[in-house]
Design a protein around this ligand. Structure first.
Ligand SMILES: NC(=O)c1ccc[n+]([C@@H]2O[C@H](COP(=O)([O-])OP(=O)(O)OC[C@H]3O[C@@H](n4cnc5c(N)ncnc54)[C@H](O)[C@@H]3O)[C@@H](O)[C@H]2O)c1
Ligand SMILES: O=P(O)(O)OC[C@@H](O)[C@@H](O)[C@H](O)[C@H](O)CO
Length: 378
């Protein structure tokens, strides 16, 4: 079986690539990083170290292509693929869509064999977003052909993979835990057979539980950790003041999730506890700058901070004070190497942080979250 995976980065190599190899796929990684592509073609294998578990997986049957320089080869690989996956980041999905569309058009012109495209990104509806971008340049006939042959099932992926620093650029150290949930609704043809994928009929509770617990908690640790002078998530978790605020934030998102999806409170508490333990994993060093990257995206209306903060008023009927503090810290997150954080800082200076927040988070002038956030702004 053959897979094409866009994004040979941390989650691409450390999670999706590893599971695809175990399931018997030959994987072509498509990326723009020449160092990674050359190393993949040179070695045809790489190591995934399970941090703290004393276990290393050797992932084989892999190769690399550059999405800009090897366009024809990417198209050929997509024509032959049994599965297509991505882990490039939500902002890159629109950029890979034109090449994907071109390749899928050539594929559907010649073959009636169906294929599924699974976006493994931290967002709600990642595959649907990619599908919309892929459909942008299609004629109505092409759209109906795609509807018949190309599935875009949405997914939730969970595994903490920090930024890497090894002599071999392909080696990747990951936490042992993982979860990959795929929605059956939009699958065309057979479900991809990958050990480790859990298929569900409705992804909504799974993606919301993951994004608004793992990623909201992580964002709290990163932004409040940075504010309190910490370099890593592990250091932030050791600071009692920060930890208490992370726990408070998770209680707020938990209250919404329990109410909305009727999760048993004790099950959700166990889920939260497991996540806090994962954040503290002493075998990992996860920089607050990685976890806090892209604050503009993370302050978006559907993302991990604003969506639960806004929903808290309706579902719980009181004020999300911890979420408000994290939102304020996200607005103040200043990493010179992070383009989005710099954009936010420039906007803060020009228009003020509340105006910046209103614009990024698409909030009305009178939204009650604004007053709560203001209390925590320096
Ligand atoms: N790292 C984690 O802990 C983790 C866990 C779950 C989900 N995710 C999600 O997975 C996605 C990737 O995150 P990551 O941590 O692996 O990031 P990363 O930066 O390590 O990897 C992204 C890869 O995409 C490549 N890329 C960029 N532009 C491209 C293009 N036009 N075509 C092909 N490849 C391109 C980059 O060169 C890089 O190798 C994100 O959506 C992230 O939210 C990450
Ligand atoms: O990848 P982002 O930027 O959306 O979020 C940063 C981290 O919270 C994230 O990568 C987690 O490590 C991951 O989602 C764990 O499953």
């Amino acid at each position: 079986m053959r897979a094409v995976h866009f994004g040979a980065g941390n989650i691409g190599r450390g999670f999706i690539g590893a599971l695809l190899d175990q399931a018997g796929y030959e994987t072509v990684f498509v990326d723009v990083n020449d160092q990674l592509i050359e190393a993949l073609n040179d070695k045809k294998a790489y190591n995934v170290i399970l941090a703290g578990a004393n276990e290393t997986l050797n992932v084989q049957n892999v190769s690399g292509l550059n999405s800009k320089q090897d366009e024809e080869k990417v198209i050929e690989a997509i024509k032959e693929a049994d599965l297509i996956t991505t882990a490039v980041g939500p902002h890159i999905l629109p950029m890979i869509a034109p090449l994907l569309a071109k390749a899928l058009k050539e594929r559907t012109d010649r073959s009636s064999s169906p294929v599924n495209v699974i976006a493994c990104e931290n967002m709600i509806g990642g595959s649907s977003l990619l599908e919309n971008h892929v459909y942008e340049g299609l004629t109505n006939d092409e759209k109906s052909q795609f509807k018949r042959l190309i599935g875009f099932p949405n997914a939730a992926v969970d595994r903490i993979v920090p930024d890497q620093n090894h002599e071999d650029p392909l080696t990747v150290e990951v936490e042992p835990f993982y979860e990959w949930v795929v929605e059956t609704t939009n699958i065309i043809g057979d479900q991809p057979e990958v050990n480790g994928i859990t298929y569900v009929d409705d992804l909504t509770p799974f993606i919301e539980r993951k994004l608004f617990t793992v990623n909201t908690g992580h964002a709290a640790a990163a932004y409040l950790g940075r504010k309190h002078g910490h370099q890593t998530i592990q250091e932030a978790m050791e600071d009692k003041v920060v930890l208490e605020k992370i726990q408070g934030t998770l209680e707020e998102t938990g209250a919404i999730l329990i109410e909305k999806y009727e999760f048993k409170p004790e099950d959700h508490q166990a889920y939260q506890a497991k996540i806090l333990e994962r954040f503290s994993n002493p075998s990992l060093t996860d920089e607050v700058t990685r976890v806090g990257r892209g604050p503009k995206r993370k302050l978006g209306p559907q993302d991990r901070l604003i969506r639960p903060a806004v929903e808290y008023f309706d579902w719980v009927g009181s004020e999300p004070v911890y979420l408000a503090e994290v939102i304020a810290a996200a607005l103040e997150f200043n990493d010179p190497n992070d383009e989005e954080s710099q954009e936010v800082q420039i906007s803060n200076e020009k228009y003020g942080p509340l105006e910046t927040l209103k614009k990024i988070a698409d909030l009305s002038d009178s939204h009650p979250i604004l007053n709560l956030v203001e209390k925590h702004l320096n």
